[in-house]
Design a protein around this ligand. Sequence first.
Ligand SMILES: CC(C)(COP(=O)(O)OP(=O)(O)OC[C@H]1O[C@@H](n2cnc3c(N)ncnc32)[C@H](O)[C@@H]1OP(=O)(O)O)[C@@H](O)C(=O)NCCC(=O)NCCS
Length: 380
Amino acid sequence: MADQEVYRGLKGVTVDVTEASFIDGEAGKLLYRGYNIHDLAEHSTFEETTYLLWHGKLPTRRELEHFDSQLRVSRTLPPEILEIIRLIKSAHPMDVLRTAVSALAAFDPDVNDNSFEANIRKGIRLTAQFPTIVAAHARIREGKEPVPPNPNLGHAANFLYMLHGKEPDEVSARALDVDLILHAEHGSNASAFSVRVTASTLADMHAAIVAGIGTLKGPLHGGAAEAVMAMVKEIGKPENAEAYVKKALAEGKRIMGFGHRVYKTEDPRARHLRKLAKEMGERMGQPEWYQILTKVEEAMAPLREKGIYVNVDFYSGSVYYLLGIPEDLFVPIFAMSRISGWVTQVLEQWKDNVIIRPLLKYVGPMDLPYVPIDQRVEAA
Ligand SMILES: CC(C)(COP(=O)(O)OP(=O)(O)OC[C@H]1O[C@@H](n2cnc3c(N)ncnc32)[C@H](O)[C@@H]1OP(=O)(O)O)[C@@H](O)C(=O)NCCC(=O)NCCS
């Protein structure tokens, strides 16, 4: 056992095969089920992309209409869940989401049915209910009543409607829709991996999704978009950006929204978010956020030779901000999208399950004598 190799953080370890997404970190390429993320961002919707991820093929018009109508009728929360949200309204939105999803298991007729069909039904309900939970909590904590879902609106538009109490314009709804497509699935990232670990014990869909939400909460995974927006506000004006970046780098700090474990060139998802950040800023009469971001990107150019480029989070924070979304909802919005990938990976794990149970190399003392309690010496 002494020569046991240790791969801390499972860096570079391939744990299984997948048909869900392909990532080429050197070329900056991302495919969902074989389809390029650029085509999906330009032509698809979150609903269609979710169907693609779960079923492995693009839906026909009839299949998509059926899937979409199931999502629309599944948005309403049981009143007990709204009661729970009211009871814990001062908690972080990710904690509220985690608790509400855990409680939803008690109301789900399929909770103990792990068949493919039941998992699709549960996936639809959870995907439909995530935005309702996030929006209801955001309003309740402000002393407002939740806005019931509007079945005439698409998934992204309905979330903005439930959050703000008024229908969004088409450009805003499409901006969020594209953002949800871009964040839907990304291989064996930390939250998807914990979803798989939980599923691999043959626990249920809700247990696996709760594990994913818990893992996504951490700032090293879901929290970078929020940190980018905080940085942009601190920078304040485009002309301050270069000095800010130089000072931060000289102090050995990291600039949030740059660098990626897998991408060593520009994250392909950033292209679409950059465009949206620019368009949204101009439309809203707030071009300064985009201007600051581009100045930061220019100041970071020397780090490209180390493979440090913008990642998906660099421009997404400003898009959310311009959509009037409070900063602590940025991570729950990531969850509203990634539920699609989490369900995909539960389905994939259960197609050919093996319990995920790696090893730890023991480096502690060996064979110590057991000392009776009255002979143990208190530390000074
Ligand atoms: C995402 C991240 C954790 C990837 O880390 P990683 O693959 O383990 O890369 P490393 O931490 O080994 O970094 C490699 C080098 O690039 C530098 N670097 C990495 N990210 C950097 C950043 N955001 N700003 C400045 N320098 C950075 C490191 O300091 C290191 O430099 P060195 O070789 O001179 O020591 C890292 O890039 C990071 O912390 N980024 C900021 C947070 C963020 O945006 N997260 C969202 C990811 S989608």
